[in-house]
Ligand binder design. Structure first.
Ligand code: SAM
Length: 200
């Protein structure tokens, strides 16, 4: 298949553009770990990636993937503050705990909404915790940083969540944020991408 409409790849590329070795990056939805791996590759061995998921099975897959690439992984089972140092921190908790766990500002935050590919499709991200996590992300992001959200409007409940994410990004003040919407113009059901970059 053509890479043109592979939204997840666009998302990874657009956050990688602003990441440098040593930065902090956050994956709000670890899933199978592919976004976490992309972030880890961008921040390097001196940086840190904090990844959340509510499913142990997802974190297990993410852990195995990262270890296959020789990253050092720490598993976090509560919402204690995360100190700089651990390379990859996998948090078994809802992403709405983000704010109280970070001590420094992330340069990039990704959220790939929906359900774990190959997993239980009823265990999906929900509008309430997604909105909370995205608002916290916007407040935390460092200047020049990017928040990238991949939205899936097609699955059950997806439309409501998509509308909520759209409303949030559209409402961001233009003096402070650049906002990009990337979507497949002739497939309304396809996943799409929203990216906000903090200007000041
Ligand atoms: C589409 S998958 C993520 C894909 C992943 N980024 C990757 O690269 O493979 C969505 C994930 O969000 C997780 N999730 C759902 N609700 C969550 C929540 N409140 N906090 C954190 N993760 C959540 C699901 O368990 C699922 O693994």
């Amino acid at each position: 298949m053509s890479s043109l409409t592979r939204i997840v790849t666009w998302s990874q590329n657009l956050v990688r553009e602003v990441l440098n070795p040593g930065d902090l990056a956050v994956d709000l939805t670890a899933g199978k770990g592919r976004d976490t791996l992309a972030l880890a590759d961008a921040v390097g061995h001196t940086g840190q990636v904090v990844s959340f998921d509510t499913q142990a099975a997802a974190l297990q897959q993410t852990c195995e993937l990262l270890q296959n690439y020789d990253y050092v992984v720490s598993n976090w089972t509560d919402d204690r503050e995360i100190r700089p140092g651990s390379q990859i921190v996998l948090v078994h908790a809802c992403h709405s705990s983000l704010e109280k766990m970070l001590r420094r500002r992330p340069k990039a935050i990704m959220a790939n909404l929906g359900y774990l590919p190959g997993g239980d499709p009823t265990l999906i991200t929900g509008p309430e915790s997604t909105l909370s996590a995205l608002n916290q992300s916007l407040a935390l992001l460092s200047v020049g940083g990017r928040l990238a959200v991949t939205v899936y409007p097609a699955h059950a409940g997806g439309i409501e969540e998509a509308q909520m994410v759209d409303d949030l990004f559209v409402s961001l003040p233009r003096e402070m944020w650049l906002v990009l919407l990337l979507r497949v113009a002739n497939r309304s059901e396809a996943p799409y991408l929203l990216v906000a970059e903090r200007l000041r």
